[in-house]
Ligand binder design. Structure first.
Ligand code: SF4
Ligand code: SF4
Length: 415
């Protein structure tokens, strides 16, 4: 089907105008993980911008090779941060992928994962089966079923016992303490509810009132990144209308990928609700750090080495890059260890762990090697996709490191 029949002229001109902003200086190239590996211009931000422009100008037809160059992009946004011309790279790559999606070039595994994540009822049905898949060793029997294997293999992830104290039972109408919504992301809802409990427990002990939510909603980030803009828009609409925003001081993000997507909502739709939602979004570590300034919480000593992974998406929502280490340093004696190249993407970006396995494996290689030689006890990451990617790879290498969200580790140490 021709893209001209499915996209209006104005939209096409907007994308071409966005590509016009690129002055082709190449300053982004050294910051791009896929270009660093391949040294191929088509695997660079500048090359991808040119490809998308050519698609929209109808100078190129979609081919397998163009699809794979656009699919390889990790949406780490290192290029946007390095770009002196403020090119809106994310808009351009999303437009390129949307064009491919419009022409029905879909990947079955991607489709399966996105379907699971976007439907709360499917997640509810699947959840008990993940333990069964795990017990029969599905990953060994059907290694190509990466989407399900990745989810079912999450048993050892974030499995840390913690206190589950809750204190505040009533909404604070006097404005003394924040009324908050803790966002349950779709993936966390399925495999990582311990982190949600950990965050609620700490925030509640720090005096926040947690407004109960009946259902978790998907933010649409993965659909957006894979070009399914129709589903991404519908999921965004559901999430925006799921909270009575006027009663909320903060919407707390636990998953950095979802947080980064919500921060961008006003760029996707110019509505007051999108702006309010985005303005009220705060990363869980940032809010806990703020609350600890005025409330006391005691932590017990941790004997162990903790690798701190800084997901690319986290840099898009937290202003101070040292927020998580400042928070973890409340734990007495904690020994934090950092990857040699802290800004290097681990390769999990979007759903690359499933769709671009070879590239994802190459990008995580150095980090796995560092962990192997470190005698680390924990690895903390605020991105669930990165955590699962590390977990799958470390399991394959028989490296025993406990992987968790920084907030799970913090909750474990609360006295
Ligand atoms: S988002 Fe990351 S992987 Fe994609 S082009 Fe930019 S730097 Fe490269
Ligand atoms: S995206 Fe920005 S940094 Fe990269 S080539 Fe274009 S103008 Fe230069």
């Amino acid at each position: 089907m021709s893209s001209a029949k499915t996209i209006n002229h104005q939209e096409m001109n907007n994308i071409i105008a966005a590509t016009d902003e690129c002055v082709m200086c190449g300053l982004c190239l050294p910051h791009c993980p896929t270009y660093s590996i391949s040294k191929n211009e088509a695997e660079s931000p500048r090359g991808r911008i040119s490809l998308v422009r050519a698609l929209y100008e109808k100078k190129l037809e979609i081919s397998d090779s163009i699809t794979s160059h656009l699919d390889h992009c990790l949406t780490c946004m290192n290029c946007e941060q390095a770009c002196p011309a403020n090119v809106d790279y994310e808009k351009i790559i999303n437009a390129g992928r949307a064009e491919i999606y419009r022409q029905n070039k879909k990947n079955l595994q991607q489709y399966l994962l996105l379907l699971i994540l976007s439907k709360p009822n499917i997640r509810k049905i699947l959840k008990p089966f993940l333990a069964v898949f795990r017990s029969i060793g599905l990953d060994r029997l059907l290694p190509n079923l990466r989407a399900i294997n990745l989810l079912s293999n999450s048993k050892n992830l974030l499995n840390i016992p913690h206190h589950n104290k809750t204190i505040n039972k009533h909404i604070d109408t006097k404005g003394n303490q924040p009324n908050i919504v803790v966002m349950n992301s779709c993936a966390a809802d399925l495999i990582n509810d311990q982190t949600i409990d950990a965050a609620k427990s700490i925030l509640s002990q720090l005096g926040c009132y947690i407004i109960p939510q009946t259902q978790s909603h998907c933010c649409g980030a993965l659909h957006q990144h894979t070009g399914d803009l129709k589903t991404a828009t519908s999921l965004r609409n559901k999430l925006l209308r799921s909270i009575e925003i006027e009663n909320v001081d903060h919407i707390v993000s636990l998953a950095s990928g979802c947080g980064a997507q919500i921060k961008r909502y006003p760029m996707l739709e110019d509505t007051p609700i999108a702006k309010q939602f985005s303005n009220k979004l705060i990363d869980v570590s940032e809010l806990i750090l703020q609350q600890l300034e005025n409330n006391e919480l005691k932590f017990k000593t941790l004997a162990g080495k903790v690798y701190l992974h800084k997901p690319c998406s986290q840099r898009q929502i937290i202003n101070d890059p040292n927020t998580i280490e400042r928070l973890l340093k409340y734990i007495p004696n904690i020994e934090l260890v950092y990857f040699k190249d802290q800004l290097a993407c681990c390769g999990a970006g979007g759903i690359n762990t499933i769709s671009e396995t070879e590239l994802a494996d190459q990008l995580i290689e150095n980090k796995v090697h560092e962990i192997k030689n470190s005698a680390a006890n924990y690895l903390v990451s605020s991105n669930i996709g990165c955590a699962l990617h590390f977990q799958a790879r470390l399991k394959r290498e028989n490296i025993h490191v406990k992987i968790c969200h920084p907030i799970s580790l913090l909750a474990q140490q609360v006295i």
